[in-house]
Write a protein that binds this ligand. Structure first.
Ligand SMILES: Cc1ncc(COP(=O)(O)O)c(C=O)c1O
Length: 411
């Protein structure tokens, strides 16, 4: 971030305080230190010569009750590997209007077309009704995102996938450990992808994971995570039968992941408790809507999402956001632009130097519509959304400050 460009000195000062406090969200301690030291001392820093990645994969597989887990350098690369396996030129993949662009870009990297689905205005997750409407004969897969820690309606999404012979990938970047109908998210779809970057439920610096129970998919994805994916007896270099990649993590990040896995439930518990405290403190304010938690879910509050009624509050969302930041509080509108309205999509900027490939690919028989009005609910509701981090590093004093700052501005 070019902080000079942010201008306002008070805002900048607050942002630096919030960012500094955010370091407390990362429970990186002696356990991680010992794990990493072991790798350094062994000199086995790469996955081919160490065992930390394998151990990390096994731990995540166990946590997710999955038969297979494949570690990657990030979730962006995890999603890209999945897309390389499942979709290509001429294909469409359905995704919600709101997510990190990683969820859309992984499709374009593989020359397939992202089709955007409107959202439920309360949970901000993909709307299964709109999902059904957007299926065509070109659709190959659905990526369901569990946004900001709140599980999507994954049973319905899975049912729609099954009825239409579509693979369902769960994007669990912001919701590892959350539950839907008592079952962990990431256990419903054919594949689940996780992120361990900053701000996620689990932190390894950068990092990602793919889990699945489908052996064929697991093999196909793993094979693609090598340039020479097919082993040859006695040779260090295998044979390249397919287009391969190297999206593997290092042993150092996997070592951190092993120690972090012991803390995931505790980290989530802290976020849940912090969010409950905020909700009690902010109860009865008429002009903001507090986070909605559907009855059948365990929400892990990657973010504490509020929606402001600007007219009634006589305050804009951005004024509230900036005041919170000036007070050293980590708040942001985050993903407030439906992805298709980002210039790269709206202008259909593709591969290479500003080509429109794959959007105008002759193999693609559909029309990628990235105009305003495509997902009206997302376009309307995201303007009101402000996310406040309920991260595990916050103490009671920090939470009280969030409450009093909002209460001083909103009735
Ligand atoms: C919903 C979602 N999916 C995917 C990603 C990509 O994860 P990574 O940063 O590990 O590439 C992110 C990152 O923020 C995300 O929020």
């Amino acid at each position: 971030m070019d902080i000079e460009k942010l201008g306002d000195k008070e805002f900048l000062k607050g942002l630096l305080i919030a960012a500094d406090k955010y370091l407390d969200a990362f429970w990186i301690g002696e356990e991680e230190e010992m794990q990493v030291l072991e790798v350094i001392r062994s000199k086995r820093l790469g996955t081919k010569i160490g065992n930390k990645t394998k151990i990390f994969e096994n731990k995540v597989a166990k946590y997710q009750d999955a038969k297979f887990a494949i570690a990657t350098s990030s979730e962006s690369t995890a999603l890209s590997l999945c897309m390389a396996t499942l979709a290509g030129p001429g294909d469409e993949v359905l995704i919600p209007a709101i997510s990190s662009l990683a969820t859309a870009n992984c499709i374009v990297y593989n020359n397939a077309i992202p089709i955007f689905v409107d959202i439920n205005p309360r949970t901000l997750n993909m709307d299964p009704n709109d999902l059904s409407k957007k299926i065509t004969e070109r659709t190959k897969a659905i990526i369901a995102v569990h946004i900001y820690g709140c599980p999507a309606e994954i049973d319905q999404i899975k049912k729609i996938g099954e009825e239409n012979n579509l693979i369902v990938i769960e994007d669990c970047a912001l919701a590892m450990g959350a539950k839907y109908s008592g079952k962990k998210i990431g256990t419903f779809g054919d594949i689940a992808c996780f992120s361990f970057g900053a701000g996620k439920q689990l932190f390894t610096g950068e990092g990602g994971m793919i889990t699945t129970n489908n052996e064929e998919l697991a093999e196909s994805i793993s094979e693609r995570n090598h340039h020479y994916g097919t082993q040859r007896n006695g040779r260090l270099i295998g044979t390249a039968e397919i287009l391969g990649y190297n999206y593997k993590p290092t042993e150092l990040t996997s070592a951190v992941g092993i120690a972090q896995m012991e803390k995931i439930d505790l980290l989530n518990q802290r976020r849940i408790e912090n969010s409950a405290y905020l909700s009690i403190g902010l109860a009865n304010l008429k002009n903001i809507e507090l986070p909605y938690v559907p009855e059948n879910v365990m929400h892990v509050f990657n973010e504490y999402v509020i929606k402001i009624n600007e007219t009634k509050a006589n305050l804009t969302r951005d004024e509230l956001w900036k005041t919170l930041v000036k007070n050293g509080i980590m708040a942001d509108p985050l993903f407030d632009t439906p992805m298709y309205l980002e210039p790269s999509y709206r202008n259909k900027i593709g591969h290479g130097h500003r080509t429109h490939c794959p959007f105008d690919c002759p193999l693609y028989q559909g029309t990628a519509n990235y105009e305003e009005g495509l997902c009206p609910i997302a376009e309307n509701v995201l303007k009101k959304v402000l996310t406040i981090s309920p991260h595990p590093g916050l103490n009671k004093k920090d939470l009280d400050k969030i409450i009093s700052t909002i209460r001083s501005l909103i009735s």
